[in-house]
Ligand binder design. Structure first.
Ligand code: NAD
Length: 483
């Protein structure tokens, strides 16, 4: 029997095929448990269960659905030590830092969804016809597919599941295979909170099988996915007319204007590069610093790397965990090699430390070329590429060489320049004078339509709107119309 199983129609079960796979601890490179490896048949059973549950769940009053989300939040709070433990084991998140932070935050979106759904207003519409009274309502879409990545496996499911169910939808959920044990732990909390059977179904397994079945099956009615643009393209080709919400990759940029104070901001910029070992969509992936600040800023960033200590995730002195898998480690090597071949200099770090598992040193790189991979693609690791500039035009050329645009940051005390940059950057979010990771669950988050960083917006009412159809009801007070 596997240690972590599927959850379909309110019951824990093995994959129908009986297949399992090893869950790896990236801090040791060793397996720590077995996970049920779901396939298409399991996904189909989940879709059937979700459709059956939908007929009842959609009629449960909103205030009751909201109260159940609050109950899930309470269980997540009560069991946050367990959630922190599995984040540490399965993702290698430092137990006393990131794992503690993420497990402590896991309940927040459940409360935000529960709260905001109650106050989501639709409209009455005045009409030319004086006999009509027209009102709009938000109704559930049906069965929502949720496909989640590995980098924040306790937090990101919360960006979909509570917003879906509070609006009266039911859910078919598949997590990234390397984060499935954490998903099962969350599902235990959801089960304990009393979410009725069939309302949320969890099937771990390969995305191209389980996720694909959830996308193509006519029994699902909308798709929410956080992951890479490549996967989003595949889903788009497979989803037909189903509405899609995509949260995809980013690539900075961070712009530091000539009047910024390097001593004051370096810690914040370094945190945006190295938090979660750089495996965040909103990471500071490219840094452009004004030429007059170059030496002071690069020196400060190198000093900051000392604070990011890779090591045993259970050790309280460890501040940086491993990469999720060897593929990510190889990507670090590939991006660095490419940058150096095109003229960049590694100022600090730049290799795997002498540790078991999948670690990479916090790395500072300068003078990367416009066509280098670190400029054109998401690196998704602890590499801080820095270029200096004299004119804004120089920076724009680099920025425009990449078609990702999720979160950018600008550091300056000049209000006019801050507004100018913030309004012109083609990213869904621009943060002025802080790290790129600032976000709260009620704020809109996502990419822009001119780039590959996403489709639609998560956050508060934006997710609630995605999770519902707008229904118009026209009420006639006069004689029925004939023509
Ligand atoms: P990924 O695209 O490899 O996988 C994402 C999910 O899609 C996984 O659950 C996977 O199993 C599933 N999947 C894979 N192939 C599929 C298919 N053919 N059909 C359906 N589902 C399929 O991404 P990842 O490596 O898990 O996550 C890293 C990426 O996620 C990075 O690009 C990162 O920037 C992005 N991300 C974005 C945000 C955001 O909010 N914008 C947040 C976190 C991560």
């Amino acid at each position: 029997m596997s240690d972590y199983r599927c959850y379909i129609n309110g019951a824990w079960c093995e994959a129908q095929s009986g297949a399992t796979y090893d869950a790896m601890n990236p801090g040791t490179g060793e397996p720590f448990a077995t996970i049920a490896k779901g396939g298409r048949e399991d996904a189909k059973r989940a879709v059937a269960a979700a459709n059956e549950a939908f007929e009842t769940w959609r009629k449960v009053p909103l205030w009751e659905r909201s109260a159940i989300c609050v109950k899930v939040a309470e269980v997540l709070d009560q069991r946050q030590e367990e959630v922190g433990d599995i984040l540490c084991t399965e993702l290698g998140k430092p137990r006393h830092q990131e794992a503690k932070f993420e497990s402590g935050e896991a309940s927040v979106p459940w409360r935000v969804a529960a709260e905001q759904a109650k106050y989501l207003e639709a409209h009455t519409k005045p009409c030319e016809d004086p006999n009509k009274r027209v009102l709009t309502f938000r109704q559930p879409r049906g069965v929502v597919t949720a496909i989640t990545p590995w980098n924040f496996p306790a937090a990101i499911p919360g960006e979909y599941l509570p917003f879906a169910i509070v609006m009266g939808n039911t859910v078919c959920w598949t997590p990234a295979p390397t984060a499935a044990a954490t998903a099962v732990k969350l599902m235990e909390c959801i089960h304990e909170a009393g979410v009725p059977q069939g309302v949320i179904n969890l099937v771990p397994g390969p995305g191209a099988e389980v996720g694909d079945e959830f996308v193509v099956n006519p029994g699902t009615h909308a798709v929410g996915m956080t992951g890479s643009p490549q996967t989003a393209h595949i889903i788009t080709a497979r989803a037909g007319l189903k509405p899609r919400l995509f949260e995809l990759g980013g690539n900075g940029p961070v712009i530091i204007l000539p009047d910024a104070d390097p001593a004051k901001i370096a810690s914040s910029v370094a945190s945006a590069c190295f938090f979660a070992a750089g495996q965040v969509c909103s990471s500071a992936e490219r840094i452009f610093v004004a030429d007059n600040l170059r030496k002071e800023f690069v020196d400060a960033m190198v000093a900051e790397t000392e604070k990011w200590i890779p090591g045993d995730p259970l050790d309280e002195h460890t501040t940086m965990g491993p990469q999720n898998n060897m593929g990510v480690v190889e990507k670090m090597g590939g991006h660095l090699e490419d940058a150096v071949a095109r003229g960049a200099t590694v100022v600090s770090g730049g290799k795997r430390p002498d540790l078991p598992g999948f670690f990479w040193e916090p790395t500072v790189l300068t003078d990367f070329a416009i066509d280098s991979l670190v400029n054109r693609e998401e690196t998704f690791g602890p590499i801080a590429p820095i270029n200096s500039f004299r004119t804004d035009d120089e920076v724009w050329k680099f920025i425009k060489a990449c078609n990702l645009g999720l979160v950018s940051a600008v550091f300056t005390q000049d209000v006019d320049r801050a507004w100018q940059w913030a309004e012109e950057l083609d990213t869904g979010i621009t943060v002025v004078n802080d790290w790129t990771h600032f976000w709260e669950h009620h704020l809109p988050f996502g990419g822009t339509s001119r780039n590959e960083s996403g489709l639609g917006r998560i956050g508060g009412r934006h997710t609630l709107e995605f999770m519902s159809n707008l229904k118009t009801i026209s009420f006639n007070l006069g004689n029925p119309t004939s023509f």
